[in-house]
Design a protein around this ligand. Structure first.
Ligand code: SF4
Ligand code: FES
Length: 248
């Protein structure tokens, strides 16, 4: 396949960025999207040019690193997959593909298509954990009976990979789908209930400090989330947050 690429190039968060056009040939439909970018970068390096910076790690849909906005959609045209799971068979010979970073004020551009998502790390650090005794006599988690309904909902929430597609897809750059998944994965389980009040307060506070927008129930985040994280989690987080206002 021959493809026409329009790629966002930007040296750093302060520099002015621009779309740069590239042509690339002999792309197999069996290649992954990131392999196609690898081919482009090898060509750029051979020609003595600066390769396109893009984030990736596992290339298996697990780590959440591959944050590309492809033809106006986070993670590209397929549903329920990450950029690294996207294959070139989704495109046709002669197609033009526009590739941009995940855009949000709270995700400043590091270079080209790489954005700084440490704001997510700081939200996690503010409350996305449980305190347990790890001195050698930790209780086996499986010894605590948990209703199947709650266990399934907690597991579903825990599949969030922190990619940021929800933020990039949201007109408000809201992080509420991500934060609510991280709150829910604990709050539905007995182990998470002990610190539930402090957790939701701290994580929402940090989310606001990082400058993410609010949720206005558009639902783009749920549609574009590669892990199918449900809006139900946002409702649960809001209920939990409001109930903390009744406490001290
Ligand atoms: S909620 Fe979905 S889109 Fe948002 S960070 Fe988690 S996996 Fe990515
Ligand atoms: S590179 Fe890990 S999810 Fe895509």
């Amino acid at each position: 396949m021959k493809l026409f690429l329009k790629i966002w190039r930007q040296n750093n968060s302060k520099a002015k960025g621009e779309i740069v056009k590239y042509e690339i040939d002999e792309i197999s439909p069996d290649m992954s999207f990131l392999e196609m970018l690898d081919v482009l970068n090898e060509k750029l390096i051979d020609e003595g040019n600066d390769p396109v910076a893009f984030d990736h790690d596992c290339r298996e849909g697990i780590c959440g690193s591959c944050s590309l906005f492809i033809n106006g959609r986070a993670h590209g045209p397929d549903r329920g997959i990450t950029t690294c799971q996207l294959h070139m068979r989704k495109f046709k010979d002669g197609d033009t593909i526009t590739i941009e970073p995940f855009r949000a004020n709270s995700f400043p551009i590091i270079k080209d298509l790489v954005v700084d998502r440490t704001s997510f790390d700081r939200i996690q650090q503010s409350g996305g954990y449980i305190s347990i005794n790890t001195s050698g006599n930790t209780q086996d988690a499986n010894a605590i009976p948990i209703e199947k309904y709650d266990a399934d909902r907690a597991f579903d929430a825990a599949t969030c990979i922190g990619c940021g597609a929800c933020v990039a897809s949201c007109k408000n750059a809201s992080a509420m789908l991500f934060v609510s998944a991280k709150v829910s994965q604990y709050s539905l389980l007995p182990q998470g209930k002990v610190e539930a009040t402090d957790r939701v307060r701290s994580m929402v506070k940090q989310m606001d400090l990082e400058g993410f927008g609010n949720c206005t129930n558009t639902g783009a985040c749920e549609v574009e989330c590669p892990k199918g994280i449900s809006l139900e989690n946002i409702a649960r987080m809001n209920r939990e947050y409001l109930s903390t206002l009744l406490k001290n």
